[in-house]
Write a protein that binds this ligand. Sequence first.
Ligand code: NAD
Length: 361
Amino acid sequence: MSVEISRRTALVGMAAAALDPMALAKSLAPKPVGWAILGLGSYATNQIMPAFAHSENSKLVALISGHTEKLSRFGQQYAIPTSHRYTYDSMDEIASNPDIEVVYVITPPATHPEFAIRAAGLGKHVCSEKPMAPTPQDCQRMIDACKKAGKLLQIGYRCHYESHNLRAIKACRSGELGKIRELRSDHGFNMPNGTWRTQKALAGGGSMMDIGIYSLNALRYLSGEEPIEVSATITNPPNDARFVDVEDTVDFKLTFPSGLVGHGTSGYSWSPGKNRYEIRGSKSTLIAEPATGYDGDHLTLDGVELPVTPNNQWAAQLDQMSRCVRQGGKVLTPGEEGLRDIRIIQAIYESAKTGHPIKLV
Ligand code: NAD
C-alpha cells in the first residue's frame, strides 16, 4: 500500500490535530489516485468528470484530447494546470508524470485498444469504456498489454456499481423471487444519423454494441450464469441511411447452463426508447424501469416500489478501481468481463447471419 505521507506532512497534520481531530484523519488518509481522462466527448464531460467531486479516493489530475480548444476549456473548468494537459501526439509524456496513475479511455470503441495499450505501455493503469473493443482479439490484446505492464484494467460497466442494480442482483441471488423462471431485458432508443455510432469502423457494430450490451450484461449479472448457447435475429428498416453499415434491432436468446433462458433486445430506431429488465421468479416478479439509466432507476417487486437509496454510480466505479490501485484487490469489472460480452455479441451476429444457434464454449 503506497501511503505517501512525508514526515513534514505528518507533523503538520499532528499540529492541526491538536486543534481539529478531523484534520489528522484527513492528513493521514492515503493520497487520492490520480486519473487522466482521454477523450473529452459527451460521456467524459457530462458524466465522468463531474463524478470526481463525489468520489472518495479518486482525483481528476490530467486531460488528454485531440482538440486543444477542449483541453483549454475543460482544463480551466477543472483547474488542470497546462503541464497536465496532453494531446494524442504529446501523450507519451504522461510516462514521466507521477501524478497520473490511471488513464480512462472514453473515445469510440474501435480506438479503445490503441489508447489502452499505449497507456499501459506508458506505465499507467487503464480504464476503458464499454463496449471494450470491436472484436475478442482486440479485447485480448488490451488484457495482455495491461498484464505485461503489471497494470490494472477496468471496463466502465457503471451498472455494476449502481445501487438499484445491486439491489436487483441481491433479489435474484437471495431467493427473494423464488426460483428464477424467466429473464427479459430491453434497451433501445432513436439514434440520430451522422455520428460515429452508425459507422462500423469506429463503433464496431450497431445497437447491440452500444446499447444492447446493457441488455446482455444485465442478463448475465442477474442470472449469475454464463450462456452456453445464443440465437438471434437482426431486423433493419429498409431505406434508412442509419442502417447501411450497422444493425438496428436485435432480438436474442441466451441459454444458461441451469436451463434458464434470457431474452434480450436492442434497438436504434425506437421511439420512445426502452430501458428495462424483468425477472420472473416462482414467488415474485421484479421489474426495473428505467433499469440502467444515468439516474431515476426504479424497481418494483410484484408491483410495489422497492425503496433503494440512489448513489453516484460513476464515483463508485472510479473509487473501486482507485481502491485496487492503492490497496490491491480485484477490479470488479475487469477486461475479462468486457471480453465475455464481446464474445457473446460476436456469436449473436453469427447466429443472425447463419440463422442457427451458436454454442459458446
Ligand atoms: P462522443 O462522440 O461524445 O465523444 C467521443 C470523443 O472521442 C470525442 O471527444 C472525440 O473527439 C474523441 N475521439 C477520439 N478519437 C476519435 C476518433 N478516431 N473518431 C471520433 N472521435 C474520436 O461519444 P461518447 O458518447 O462520449 O462515447 C465515448 C465512449 O464512451 C464510447 O466508448 C461509448 O460507448 C462510451 N459511453 C459509455 C456510456 C456508459 O454509460 N458507460 C455512455 C455513453 C458513452
